[in-house]
Design a protein around this ligand. Sequence first.
Ligand code: 13P
Ligand code: SF4
Length: 327
Amino acid sequence: MVAPGVNFGSSRSGTLSRSSCDLAQELRELARERNAVILAHNYQVPELQEAADFVGDSLGLSYQAAKTDADVILFCGVHFMAETAKIINPTKRVILPDLEAGCSLSESCPPEKLAEFLKKNVDKNYYVIAYINCSAGVKAQSDIICTSGNADKIVREAPEDRQILFVPDQNLGAWVMERTGRKMDLWQGTCYVHVEFTARSINRIREEYPSAPVVAHPECTYAVRMLADEVCSTEKMIAFCKNSAAREIIIVTEAGMLHRLKKEIPDKTFIPGPTDNCFCGECRFMKMNTLEKAYGALLNMEPEITLPESIRQRAELPILRMLELSR
Ligand code: 13P
Ligand code: SF4
């Protein structure tokens, strides 16, 4: 619900007091006026998913950003996602509701640390594969980008005579090594949300729902992935759950995923994967975006994603390689 008297700054509406339903409607109208497309990640709050033109995983959102003819992209996701949209759309304005919406994986690999590592290991002539959850500065030093939806394909296509450095997620990297048999050196980053799920917490929920398959994101640890019936990206979770004969399914990923699953597959029950402590299963970065902030951002056309052209150009090529390869 929208708090009464929310102030959207220099808005033409001034101080607003309305239901989230009205505000979603106004956001849609504003998007039409601005010729803006609204993209939302599967982990966004339900109101933003409902207001969006497209809801999906990082790969799907990248394709949507690449093909849009809108003048403005309102990106309801985290910073690296909006930045990716800007990298491939330099002439469009890309707006992110909250500029502080970061990602622990992206934070784990600062561009200067990667540059230092590559310099120190120049003899290894690394082929750098960067998971899309990283900054433009890291993308600019990479040979190709991947997402959880195409990581195994990207790794299988990597030149056989090159040693691979996979950044920044060690868990996704390890999962891809298991699937492809390709040895890689892994940056030691983790997603602070997905590492909260443990073998103990998954075993506990399995005892409660013995016939429910477990679907887990590849950012989960090895111990959790070993207990899962399916490990896949958030978009592939939708397809898996639609096709599964099971009536109850345990979903081991960020809690926002449950909204789309319940909406698109209303006849099945989705059980959120528990953690060992009282962690809520929500990504604090993803949840920084709200309907109110999205409306205010599109109205005022800020915060806007900007980046130095030299970095943008270097970061674009590995993204375009990925889009071309995983088509
Ligand atoms: P997906 O690309 O699978 O949606 O994952 C993005 C992400 O940030 C997972 O934590
Ligand atoms: Fe980053 Fe994890 Fe949040 Fe995804 S869930 S945006 S990987 S911190």
